[in-house]
Design a protein around this ligand. Structure first.
Ligand SMILES: Nc1ncnc2c1ncn2[C@@H]1O[C@H](COP(=O)(O)OP(=O)(O)O)[C@@H](O)[C@H]1O
Ligand SMILES: [Mg+2]
Length: 288
């Protein structure tokens, strides 16, 4: 049973939870669901990769289960581990022979399910978000590959657990390193770039209630010109939204040069970027 009837249906329902798609995003979401394939999303920071998984969950009344990747993430954090303390207590509580003890402590009751196992075992609609996959060590990809190929997990002491209902899987990556070809082959691939000015303006209008249309327009245009500079960290959609909130708080009528100069710290977080922007945009009283 699929969750979306068409790309258009995906667009409408994601829009209803305030996630604004473009045809590429809507189609990828529809296809990932229709084909039952994990969706691998790459793109710069802050363009809505993580948010898309959350939006799919919200739009389809699914639970969101998140595996945040980081250096050193291992099977015991990603898949499952045995609850040693509880096992120890059980043994101390007094059991006859080793065989009984062994059988007793490797039971469901002593298993700690981590996100991958949890997602596979759920019978209700589930979105599994494997976030920032590129931050995990390469070995984790082998594990993901196994789990995402047949949606099953083998626990030596318990047997094989197979998903009765496949979760909708989203993997995100900031492409700090290439993911393996094998993993990519399992997935549909979506690259999310910075949005067009029109879509970004609509995102600002949707996510910052009370912002006037011309201010949203100015924010988006200024952010676009900042992105065109070679900055250490280009502002993302998140920064556009922060800027819009800032202007609301300041009750600014316009994003003029002085206001830009005063509030640049909301969007640029490196001193070198400030200097660069001040020079290129000819801002007053900054870097000069
Ligand atoms: N298409 C979109 N529609 C609405 N809001 C968006 C969209 N894309 C991004 N955002 C906003 O931008 C913020 C940053 O997105 P996020 O998913 O955290 O970026 P990423 O995971 O790509 O680094 C989100 O919290 C959300 O408020
Ligand atoms: Mg993210």
């Amino acid at each position: 049973m699929t969750m979306f009837a068409s790309p258009e249906d995906a667009r409408t329902r994601l829009g209803a939870v305030d996630y604004l798609t473009d045809p590429g995003i809507a189609t990828a979401v529809f296809l990932a669901d229709a084909l039952g394939k994990p969706l691998l999303i790459e793109g710069p920071a802050g363009v809505g990769k993580t948010e898309l998984a959350k939006a799919v969950a919200a739009a389809t009344s699914s639970a969101l289960i998140r595996l945040q990747c980081y250096e050193g993430l291992d099977e015991s954090r990603a898949l499952y581990e045995w609850d040693y303390r509880k096992q120890l207590l059980r043994i101390q509580a007094g059991v006859d022979g080793w065989d009984e003890a062994r059988a007793g402590i490797f039971a469901e009751e002593f298993l700690l399910a981590r996100p991958l196992l949890t997602a596979i075992r759920r019978d209700e609609p589930t979105v599994l978000l494997i976030d920032e996959t590129d931050k995990a060590d390469v070995e984790v990809e082998g594990l993901l590959l196994e789990v995402l190929s047949d949606f099953q997990v083998t626990i030596p002491e318990l047997g094989t657990i197979t998903a009765s209902r496949r979760p909708f899987v989203v993997l995100t990556s900031n492409a700090t390193r290439e993911l393996s070809e094998a993993l990519k082959r399992r997935c549909l691939y979506l690259y999310i770039d910075y949005p067009t000015p029109e879509r970004e303006r609509d995102i600002v209008l949707t996510r910052v209630p009370g912002i006037r249309a011309h201010l949203a327009e100015q924010v988006v245009r200024t952010v676009a010109s900042l992105r065109a500079l070679e900055l250490k960290k280009a502002p993302s959609i998140a920064e556009s939204l922060d800027w819009a909130h800032t202007l609301l708080a300041l009750e600014a009528d316009d994003l003029d040069e002085e206001t830009i100069a005063r509030t640049l710290g909301v969007v640029l977080k490196h001193v070198a970027d400030h200097t660069r922007a001040a020079k290129e945009l000819g801002l007053p009283g900054l870097g000069g």
